[in-house]
Design a protein around this ligand. Structure first.
Ligand code: GLN
Length: 489
């Protein structure tokens, strides 16, 4: 296995034992970027010099005999909607093309305490609106398993980087599936923690009641370690949870005997690709063989999740994006007067999908329509939450596909927004209910594309998700296959 193919926990041990140096490791990843990034397009900004400087500091520390933190010297990268002090943060939008945050997001403060090697900022759908990374204002990202296909989105850069070996780990954000769906499309592990588990301070807002930062990693072990780093109450985020944070590495135990797995009938209906269903059901069967108990459950309001989400998310987005007016925020485009300047700014600098969401959101919030759309959506959101509360009285976790299909072709859905929205059918209910969910690779389609199993947990019970996911991974040999690409493979 090449260095860039290894998970962080293995590389951490190698650094500790002085089998490799942090500089060697950083150079290996940078060489991998040179070799394959042209084909993948996972990055928007590459911080080569800073990465090498950070690696040198780590090596000095190791040479001095100091103990190193888990992420110390391990190359990773960050979705470009998470503020990084001094490093351009564009949200893949032209409106923030030259925005260099004057502060770090809380997650970055926590990550930097570990002294990792940050390789750069990752591509995404503009303002995290999308499921294919085709809505980036800069360039699309390609799926490492098949370059003609999308990596998913909106954290498509994060998933493609980890899957192609141009980052060992990455942070993403998930508002309606944006960590889990790209993880599923790219054959990596993606965790969306419980809403409030990880601070949103410094995450550029899309839909504030749904947004959550999480991890994209090679395996479940790395996921547990990085969640330990980023999960904590934060006074800077009023929605941040005050609940105790366990040591998630304690859940890296292969044991599912007696675990009750709920199988929601509404997640295995028309629209789910037959191959996806077959592979996911086979994975669930494997759990049964390992001693888990599978229970049929019903989440009756699942059918309404997409329409509810596509009212609430755009409504919040329309409000959040008001600040980009060329005065408070956003790259200004001049006009004859103030109104014209603001109109020009928003017209020229926002992409089509962002404008579509702003229009939908403002429509749903406008007087006369508010009750019919926004208020009604909030009520249905409560019903969806209650479905889960009831289901979790009978089961410990719920399993379903992460996405209804494997990765689709670039351009295949670009002209059909509704088709693209329907892709989120299995992921948005969790965001509406605030629940944690993890996607792990559970097999491949006949065409060789990865398929993800989604495991849904009770609020704040990431520990059970990690144990459940880890058990499957161990049963598969403990190593998730990497995409095969050219370059220095
Ligand atoms: N695909 C969904 C959307 O476009 C989810 C995006 C996300 O989770 N950020 O809204």
């Amino acid at each position: 296995m090449k260095l860039y193919e290894k998970p962080a926990h293995i590389l951490h041990n190698m650094l500790e034992k002085k089998e490799i140096t942090a500089v060697e490791l950083a150079k290996d990843l940078l060489a991998r970027i040179d070799a394959v990034e042209r084909d993948i397009g996972a990055y928007l900004t590459i911080t080569r010099d800073e990465a090498l400087a950070a690696a040198e500091t780590v090596d000095q520390k190791i040479a001095a005999g100091e103990k190193i933190a888990f992420l110390e010297g391990i190359p990773g990268a960050i979705k470009d909607n998470i503020c990084t002090k001094g490093i351009r943060t564009t949200c893949a939008s032209k409106i923030l093309e030259h925005f260099v945050p004057p502060y770090d997001a809380t997650v970055m403060q926590k990550i930097y305490k570990e002294s990792p090697v940050i390789l750069g900022k990752l591509n995404m759908d503009e303002f995290a609106m999308g499921g294919s990374t085709e809505h980036s204002a800069y360039h699309p990202t390609h799926n490492p398993w098949d370059l003609a296909r999308v990596p998913g989105g909106s954290s498509g850069g994060s998933a493609a980087a980890v899957a192609s070996g141009t980052a060992i780990w990455a942070l993403g954000s998930d508002t309606g599936g944006s960590i889990r769906q790209p993880a599923s499309f790219c054959g990596v592990v993606g965790l969306k923690p419980t809403y409030g588990r990880v601070s949103r301070y410094g995450l550029i807002a899309y839909a504030s009641s749904l947004d959550q930062i999480g991890t994209i990693t090679r395996d479940v072990t790395d996921c547990a370690h990085i969640l330990n780093v980023i999960a904590r109450h934060d006074a800077m985020d009023s929605t941040s949870s005050k609940a105790d944070v366990p040591d998630f590495t304690q859940s890296l135990r292969a044991k599912v005997e007696g675990l009750r797995i709920g199988l929601p009938k509404e997640y295995f209906v028309k629209g789910i690709d037959a191959e996806v269903e077959r592979v996911v059901r086979a994975a669930i069967k494997k759990y049964e063989e390992m001693g888990a108990e599978v229970v049929d459950i019903s989440l009756p309001h699942t059918d309404y999740a997409i329409s509810t989400y596509y009212i609430i998310a755009p409504a919040e987005a329309a409000t959040n994006l008001e600040r980009y007016d060329g005065v408070s925020y956003g790259e200004r485009v001049d006009g004859e007067d103030l109104v014209q300047m603001m109109t020009n700014t928003r017209d020229e600098k926002f992409g089509e999908e962002v404008k579509r969401r702003i229009l939908i959101g403002n429509y749903a919030l406008s007087a006369g329509y508010y009750d019919a759309y926004y208020l009604k959506a909030l009520k249905v959101r409560t019903l969806i939450q209650q479905d889960y509360i009831e289901a979790f009285q009978k089961v410990d976790v719920i399993m379903a596909p992460t996405a209804p299909t494997p990765a689709f072709r670039i351009g295949e859905m670009a002209e059909d927004p509704l088709q693209m929205y329907l892709q989120d059918v299995c992921t948005v209910p969790l965001n509406l209910a605030g629940l944690p969910g993890i996607s792990i690779p559970c097999g491949k389609s006949e065409g060789g594309l990865p398929i993800g199993l989604q495991i849904i947990g009770k609020p704040l019970d990431e520990a059970t998700l990690i144990r459940t996911a880890y058990t499957y991974e161990q049963a598969q040999g403990g190593v998730n296959e990497m995409a095969k690409l050219g370059g220095n493979d």
